[in-house]
Design a binder for this molecule. Sequence first.
Ligand SMILES: *Cc1c(COP(=O)(O)O)cnc(C)c1O
Length: 363
Amino acid sequence: MEIPYSKLDYIHKDIMDDLIGSFKTCVKKGVFIKGINCSLFETEFAKYNKAKYCVGVASGLDALILALKSLNIKKGDEVIIPGNTFVATALAVSYVGAKPILADPNEETYNLDAKSIIKLINNKTKAIIPVHLYGQMSDMDGILRIAKKYKLKIVEDCAQAHGSLYKGKHAGTFGDVGCYSFYPGKNLGALGDAGAIITNNRQIADKIRSLANYGSDYKYHHIYKGVNSRLDEIQSAFLRLKLKKLNEYSKMRQRIAKKYISSINNPCIKLPKVAKNRNHVWHVFPVFCEKRKKLYDYLLRKGIHCNMHYPISISNQPCYKDLKQDTPISNKLANTELSIPLYIGMSDAEIDYVIETLNNFKL
Ligand SMILES: *Cc1c(COP(=O)(O)O)cnc(C)c1O
Protein backbone atom coordinates (compact mmCIF):
# COMPACT_ATOMS: atom_id res chain seq x y z
CA MET A 1 0.00 0.00 0.00
CA GLU A 2 1.28 3.49 -0.89
CA ILE A 3 0.18 6.22 1.53
CA PRO A 4 1.16 9.85 0.90
CA TYR A 5 1.80 12.15 3.84
CA SER A 6 -1.05 14.34 2.70
CA LYS A 7 -3.26 14.86 -0.31
CA LEU A 8 -5.79 17.51 -1.16
CA ASP A 9 -7.63 15.90 -4.05
CA TYR A 10 -10.50 14.52 -1.96
CA ILE A 11 -11.50 17.86 -0.41
CA HIS A 12 -11.39 19.57 -3.80
CA LYS A 13 -13.14 16.78 -5.72
CA ASP A 14 -15.97 17.12 -3.24
CA ILE A 15 -16.58 20.81 -4.12
CA MET A 16 -15.10 20.96 -7.64
CA ASP A 17 -18.26 22.26 -9.36
CA ASP A 18 -18.68 25.01 -6.77
CA LEU A 19 -15.02 26.03 -7.08
CA ILE A 20 -15.34 26.27 -10.86
CA GLY A 21 -18.62 28.17 -10.52
CA SER A 22 -17.03 30.69 -8.15
CA PHE A 23 -14.07 31.12 -10.46
CA LYS A 24 -16.34 31.77 -13.44
CA THR A 25 -18.40 34.31 -11.52
CA CYS A 26 -15.25 36.20 -10.53
CA VAL A 27 -13.91 36.23 -14.07
CA LYS A 28 -17.24 37.36 -15.52
CA LYS A 29 -17.48 40.18 -12.98
CA GLY A 30 -13.90 41.25 -13.64
CA VAL A 31 -13.23 42.33 -10.03
CA PHE A 32 -10.12 40.61 -8.68
CA ILE A 33 -9.00 42.74 -5.73
CA LYS A 34 -11.09 44.23 -2.92
CA GLY A 35 -14.44 42.94 -4.10
CA ILE A 36 -17.47 41.42 -2.48
CA ASN A 37 -15.97 37.93 -1.92
CA CYS A 38 -13.12 39.32 0.13
CA SER A 39 -15.37 41.38 2.38
CA LEU A 40 -17.86 38.51 2.75
CA PHE A 41 -15.10 36.06 3.60
CA GLU A 42 -13.78 38.50 6.21
CA THR A 43 -17.25 38.78 7.75
CA GLU A 44 -17.78 35.01 7.67
CA PHE A 45 -14.36 34.16 9.09
CA ALA A 46 -14.77 36.73 11.89
CA LYS A 47 -18.19 35.27 12.67
CA TYR A 48 -16.86 31.69 12.58
CA ASN A 49 -14.26 32.62 15.20
CA LYS A 50 -16.60 34.89 17.16
CA ALA A 51 -14.19 37.76 16.61
CA LYS A 52 -15.29 41.32 15.82
CA TYR A 53 -12.96 41.98 12.88
CA CYS A 54 -11.11 40.06 10.20
CA VAL A 55 -8.73 41.46 7.59
CA GLY A 56 -7.61 39.28 4.70
CA VAL A 57 -3.93 39.48 3.75
CA ALA A 58 -1.63 37.71 1.31
CA SER A 59 -0.10 35.05 3.59
CA GLY A 60 0.34 33.84 7.15
CA LEU A 61 3.78 35.42 7.30
CA ASP A 62 2.33 38.79 6.25
CA ALA A 63 -0.41 38.43 8.87
CA LEU A 64 2.27 38.06 11.56
CA ILE A 65 4.41 40.93 10.25
CA LEU A 66 1.45 43.31 9.95
CA ALA A 67 0.15 42.29 13.39
CA LEU A 68 3.51 43.14 14.98
CA LYS A 69 3.68 46.42 13.03
CA SER A 70 0.18 47.37 14.12
CA LEU A 71 1.32 46.97 17.73
CA ASN A 72 4.38 49.18 17.10
CA ILE A 73 6.87 46.38 17.75
CA LYS A 74 10.18 47.63 16.40
CA LYS A 75 13.97 47.71 16.59
CA GLY A 76 15.22 47.34 20.14
CA ASP A 77 12.21 45.29 21.22
CA GLU A 78 12.22 41.62 22.15
CA VAL A 79 9.44 39.20 21.25
CA ILE A 80 9.16 35.77 22.88
CA ILE A 81 8.37 32.92 20.48
CA PRO A 82 8.65 29.13 20.78
CA GLY A 83 11.96 27.57 19.78
CA ASN A 84 10.01 24.83 17.96
CA THR A 85 8.00 26.60 15.31
CA PHE A 86 7.95 27.15 11.58
CA VAL A 87 10.55 29.76 10.65
CA ALA A 88 7.83 32.29 9.68
CA THR A 89 7.12 33.07 13.35
CA ALA A 90 10.74 34.13 13.87
CA LEU A 91 11.04 35.88 10.50
CA ALA A 92 8.06 38.12 11.26
CA VAL A 93 9.83 39.35 14.41
CA SER A 94 13.05 39.92 12.46
CA TYR A 95 11.26 41.77 9.66
CA VAL A 96 9.92 44.44 12.00
CA GLY A 97 13.47 44.86 13.36
CA ALA A 98 12.85 43.23 16.75
CA LYS A 99 14.73 40.29 18.27
CA PRO A 100 13.13 36.84 18.57
CA ILE A 101 13.69 35.35 22.03
CA LEU A 102 13.31 31.59 21.91
CA ALA A 103 11.34 29.93 24.68
CA ASP A 104 11.49 26.17 25.12
CA PRO A 105 7.98 24.70 25.08
CA ASN A 106 6.26 22.44 27.56
CA GLU A 107 7.55 18.97 26.73
CA GLU A 108 4.11 17.36 26.89
CA THR A 109 2.07 19.87 24.86
CA TYR A 110 4.89 21.15 22.58
CA ASN A 111 3.48 24.63 23.22
CA LEU A 112 4.42 27.63 25.34
CA ASP A 113 3.06 28.01 28.85
CA ALA A 114 3.60 30.58 31.60
CA LYS A 115 6.60 28.70 33.02
CA SER A 116 8.43 28.63 29.70
CA ILE A 117 8.03 32.38 29.18
CA ILE A 118 8.51 34.03 32.54
CA LYS A 119 12.28 33.57 32.83
CA LEU A 120 12.88 35.34 29.51
CA ILE A 121 11.08 38.59 30.35
CA ASN A 122 13.11 41.78 30.78
CA ASN A 123 12.47 45.48 30.13
CA LYS A 124 12.93 45.06 26.37
CA THR A 125 10.24 42.39 26.12
CA LYS A 126 7.20 43.76 24.29
CA ALA A 127 5.21 40.78 23.04
CA ILE A 128 4.68 37.03 23.06
CA ILE A 129 3.74 34.94 20.04
CA PRO A 130 2.21 31.67 21.21
CA VAL A 131 2.06 29.22 18.31
CA HIS A 132 -0.81 26.74 18.54
CA LEU A 133 1.38 24.03 17.10
CA TYR A 134 -0.03 20.93 15.40
CA GLY A 135 -3.59 22.22 15.92
CA GLN A 136 -3.70 22.33 19.71
CA MET A 137 -3.96 25.59 21.60
CA SER A 138 -1.33 26.83 24.02
CA ASP A 139 -2.05 27.38 27.71
CA MET A 140 -3.83 30.69 27.20
CA ASP A 141 -4.80 31.27 30.83
CA GLY A 142 -1.16 31.11 31.89
CA ILE A 143 0.06 33.22 28.98
CA LEU A 144 -2.63 35.88 29.47
CA ARG A 145 -1.79 36.10 33.17
CA ILE A 146 1.89 36.81 32.38
CA ALA A 147 1.04 39.25 29.58
CA LYS A 148 -1.21 41.23 31.88
CA LYS A 149 1.32 41.29 34.71
CA TYR A 150 4.19 42.51 32.49
CA LYS A 151 2.05 44.55 30.06
CA LEU A 152 3.01 42.48 27.03
CA LYS A 153 1.13 42.22 23.75
CA ILE A 154 0.00 38.81 22.49
CA VAL A 155 -0.01 37.88 18.81
CA GLU A 156 -1.34 34.36 18.33
CA ASP A 157 0.12 32.31 15.49
CA CYS A 158 -2.96 30.29 14.48
CA ALA A 159 -1.55 29.03 11.17
CA GLN A 160 -2.13 25.41 12.28
CA ALA A 161 -5.19 25.99 14.44
CA HIS A 162 -8.28 26.77 12.32
CA GLY A 163 -11.27 25.85 14.46
CA SER A 164 -9.10 24.98 17.47
CA LEU A 165 -10.65 25.87 20.84
CA TYR A 166 -9.47 26.58 24.37
CA LYS A 167 -12.28 26.42 26.90
CA GLY A 168 -14.69 26.72 23.98
CA LYS A 169 -13.11 29.92 22.62
CA HIS A 170 -11.45 30.13 19.20
CA ALA A 171 -7.73 30.41 18.53
CA GLY A 172 -6.84 34.02 17.78
CA THR A 173 -9.43 35.61 20.07
CA PHE A 174 -7.36 35.58 23.27
CA GLY A 175 -4.55 37.96 22.41
CA ASP A 176 -4.44 41.35 20.69
CA VAL A 177 -4.34 39.78 17.22
CA GLY A 178 -4.74 36.26 15.82
CA CYS A 179 -2.86 35.42 12.62
CA TYR A 180 -4.05 32.78 10.18
CA SER A 181 -2.46 31.21 7.12
CA PHE A 182 -4.51 29.68 4.33
CA TYR A 183 -1.56 28.00 2.63
CA PRO A 184 -3.12 25.10 0.65
CA GLY A 185 -2.05 22.40 3.09
CA LYS A 186 -3.44 24.14 6.19
CA ASN A 187 -6.72 22.95 7.75
CA LEU A 188 -8.44 25.79 5.88
CA GLY A 189 -6.44 26.22 2.69
CA ALA A 190 -6.80 28.44 -0.36
CA LEU A 191 -5.75 27.27 -3.83
CA GLY A 192 -2.65 29.41 -3.51
CA ASP A 193 -1.21 31.68 -0.82
CA ALA A 194 -3.52 33.60 1.50
CA GLY A 195 -3.84 34.69 5.12
CA ALA A 196 -5.88 36.78 7.54
CA ILE A 197 -5.84 38.42 10.94
CA ILE A 198 -8.68 38.47 13.43
CA THR A 199 -9.03 40.90 16.33
CA ASN A 200 -11.60 42.49 18.60
CA ASN A 201 -9.80 45.84 18.45
CA ARG A 202 -11.13 48.25 15.85
CA GLN A 203 -7.95 50.40 15.72
CA ILE A 204 -5.75 47.36 15.14
CA ALA A 205 -8.04 46.07 12.38
CA ASP A 206 -8.09 49.45 10.65
CA LYS A 207 -4.34 49.84 10.90
CA ILE A 208 -3.65 46.38 9.47
CA ARG A 209 -6.14 46.95 6.65
CA SER A 210 -4.36 50.16 5.80
CA LEU A 211 -0.81 48.75 6.17
CA ALA A 212 -1.73 45.87 3.87
CA ASN A 213 -3.03 48.26 1.21
CA TYR A 214 -0.02 50.56 0.72
CA GLY A 215 -0.70 52.30 3.99
CA SER A 216 -3.70 54.14 2.57
CA ASP A 217 -6.84 55.05 4.47
CA TYR A 218 -8.64 56.28 1.36
CA LYS A 219 -7.61 56.12 -2.26
CA TYR A 220 -4.22 57.75 -3.05
CA HIS A 221 -3.90 59.04 0.52
CA HIS A 222 -1.18 57.24 2.48
CA ILE A 223 -0.86 57.49 6.25
CA TYR A 224 1.70 54.67 6.65
CA LYS A 225 4.56 53.38 4.52
CA GLY A 226 2.59 50.21 3.92
CA VAL A 227 2.96 47.19 1.68
CA ASN A 228 0.84 45.31 -0.85
CA SER A 229 -0.53 42.30 0.99
CA ARG A 230 -4.15 41.76 0.00
CA LEU A 231 -6.37 38.72 -0.11
CA ASP A 232 -7.63 38.48 -3.69
CA GLU A 233 -11.18 37.83 -4.86
CA ILE A 234 -10.70 34.39 -6.39
CA GLN A 235 -8.98 33.02 -3.27
CA SER A 236 -11.65 34.64 -1.09
CA ALA A 237 -14.40 32.96 -3.11
CA PHE A 238 -12.66 29.58 -2.74
CA LEU A 239 -12.10 30.13 0.98
CA ARG A 240 -15.78 30.96 1.50
CA LEU A 241 -16.72 27.57 0.03
CA LYS A 242 -14.14 25.71 2.09
CA LEU A 243 -14.96 27.51 5.34
CA LYS A 244 -18.43 25.98 5.22
CA LYS A 245 -16.81 22.55 5.41
CA LEU A 246 -14.17 23.33 8.02
CA ASN A 247 -15.98 21.85 11.04
CA GLU A 248 -16.83 18.70 9.12
CA TYR A 249 -13.17 18.36 8.11
CA SER A 250 -11.97 18.94 11.68
CA LYS A 251 -14.23 16.08 12.81
CA MET A 252 -12.73 13.83 10.15
CA ARG A 253 -9.23 14.69 11.35
CA GLN A 254 -10.26 14.04 14.95
CA ARG A 255 -11.67 10.65 14.02
CA ILE A 256 -8.36 9.59 12.46
CA ALA A 257 -6.36 10.95 15.42
CA LYS A 258 -8.61 9.11 17.87
CA LYS A 259 -8.02 5.85 16.01
CA TYR A 260 -4.27 6.43 16.06
CA ILE A 261 -4.27 7.21 19.80
CA SER A 262 -6.36 4.20 20.74
CA SER A 263 -4.58 1.70 18.50
CA ILE A 264 -0.90 2.62 18.22
CA ASN A 265 0.68 0.77 21.13
CA ASN A 266 4.35 0.41 20.27
CA PRO A 267 6.47 1.30 23.34
CA CYS A 268 9.19 2.77 21.07
CA ILE A 269 6.74 5.36 19.78
CA LYS A 270 5.48 8.21 21.93
CA LEU A 271 2.05 9.56 21.07
CA PRO A 272 0.80 13.15 21.40
CA LYS A 273 -1.49 14.10 24.27
CA VAL A 274 -4.52 16.32 24.25
CA ALA A 275 -4.38 18.76 27.15
CA LYS A 276 -7.46 19.60 29.22
CA ASN A 277 -10.12 21.96 27.83
CA ARG A 278 -8.84 21.83 24.26
CA ASN A 279 -10.43 21.00 20.93
CA HIS A 280 -7.41 19.72 18.98
CA VAL A 281 -7.82 20.01 15.19
CA TRP A 282 -4.83 17.84 14.24
CA HIS A 283 -3.16 19.86 11.52
CA VAL A 284 -0.32 17.45 12.22
CA PHE A 285 -0.29 14.09 14.02
CA PRO A 286 3.18 14.01 15.62
CA VAL A 287 4.77 10.89 17.06
CA PHE A 288 8.14 10.81 18.79
CA CYS A 289 10.86 8.19 18.52
CA GLU A 290 14.46 8.11 19.74
CA LYS A 291 15.48 6.57 16.41
CA ARG A 292 13.46 8.83 14.20
CA LYS A 293 15.52 8.22 11.05
CA LYS A 294 15.19 4.48 11.41
CA LEU A 295 11.42 4.82 11.83
CA TYR A 296 11.16 7.21 8.88
CA ASP A 297 13.14 4.86 6.59
CA TYR A 298 11.20 1.80 7.78
CA LEU A 299 7.83 3.47 7.07
CA LEU A 300 9.03 4.66 3.66
CA ARG A 301 10.04 1.09 2.75
CA LYS A 302 6.49 0.07 3.67
CA GLY A 303 5.06 2.79 1.41
CA ILE A 304 4.12 5.24 4.18
CA HIS A 305 5.34 8.77 3.53
CA CYS A 306 6.00 10.93 6.57
CA ASN A 307 7.12 14.45 7.28
CA MET A 308 8.83 16.34 10.12
CA HIS A 309 7.62 19.47 11.93
CA TYR A 310 10.25 20.68 12.20
CA PRO A 311 13.56 18.85 11.72
CA ILE A 312 15.66 21.93 12.62
CA SER A 313 14.80 24.11 15.62
CA ILE A 314 14.93 27.89 15.17
CA SER A 315 18.16 28.21 17.21
CA ASN A 316 19.87 25.74 14.84
CA GLN A 317 18.75 27.45 11.63
CA PRO A 318 21.70 28.88 9.70
CA CYS A 319 19.94 32.26 9.44
CA TYR A 320 19.51 32.40 13.24
CA LYS A 321 22.98 31.23 14.30
CA ASP A 322 23.65 34.72 15.66
CA LEU A 323 20.88 34.42 18.25
CA LYS A 324 23.01 31.97 20.27
CA GLN A 325 20.08 30.84 22.41
CA ASP A 326 19.96 27.42 23.97
CA THR A 327 16.71 25.48 23.47
CA PRO A 328 17.31 21.87 24.55
CA ILE A 329 13.63 20.80 24.49
CA SER A 330 13.05 22.32 21.05
CA ASN A 331 16.20 20.61 19.77
CA LYS A 332 15.10 17.27 21.20
CA LEU A 333 11.65 17.61 19.58
CA ALA A 334 13.35 18.50 16.29
CA ASN A 335 15.43 15.32 16.49
CA THR A 336 12.66 12.92 17.47
CA GLU A 337 9.40 14.16 15.89
CA LEU A 338 7.80 12.37 12.95
CA SER A 339 4.49 13.50 11.40
CA ILE A 340 2.47 10.55 10.16
CA PRO A 341 -0.17 10.65 7.37
CA LEU A 342 -3.47 12.29 8.30
CA TYR A 343 -5.66 13.81 5.62
CA ILE A 344 -9.27 14.25 4.62
CA GLY A 345 -10.44 11.23 2.66
CA MET A 346 -8.02 8.77 4.26
CA SER A 347 -9.70 5.35 4.15
CA ASP A 348 -10.07 2.99 7.11
CA ALA A 349 -7.84 0.50 5.31
CA GLU A 350 -5.14 3.18 5.02
CA ILE A 351 -5.50 4.22 8.67
CA ASP A 352 -5.32 0.56 9.78
CA TYR A 353 -2.26 -0.07 7.62
CA VAL A 354 -0.43 2.88 9.22
CA ILE A 355 -1.36 1.62 12.71
CA GLU A 356 -0.32 -1.97 12.01
CA THR A 357 2.94 -0.91 10.39
CA LEU A 358 3.85 1.36 13.30
CA ASN A 359 3.02 -1.37 15.80
CA ASN A 360 5.36 -3.78 13.98
CA PHE A 361 8.32 -1.39 14.17
CA LYS A 362 11.28 -2.51 16.29
CA LEU A 363 14.10 -0.23 17.44
C1 LIG B 1 2.31 27.91 7.73
C2 LIG B 1 2.77 28.63 8.92
C3 LIG B 1 3.08 30.00 8.88
C4 LIG B 1 3.21 30.79 7.62
O1 LIG B 1 2.10 30.84 6.80
P1 LIG B 1 2.28 31.18 5.23
O2 LIG B 1 0.89 31.38 4.76
O3 LIG B 1 2.97 30.03 4.60
O4 LIG B 1 3.09 32.44 5.15
C5 LIG B 1 3.40 30.63 10.07
N1 LIG B 1 3.44 29.96 11.23
C6 LIG B 1 3.16 28.65 11.31
C7 LIG B 1 3.21 27.97 12.63
C8 LIG B 1 2.84 27.93 10.15
O5 LIG B 1 2.59 26.61 10.24
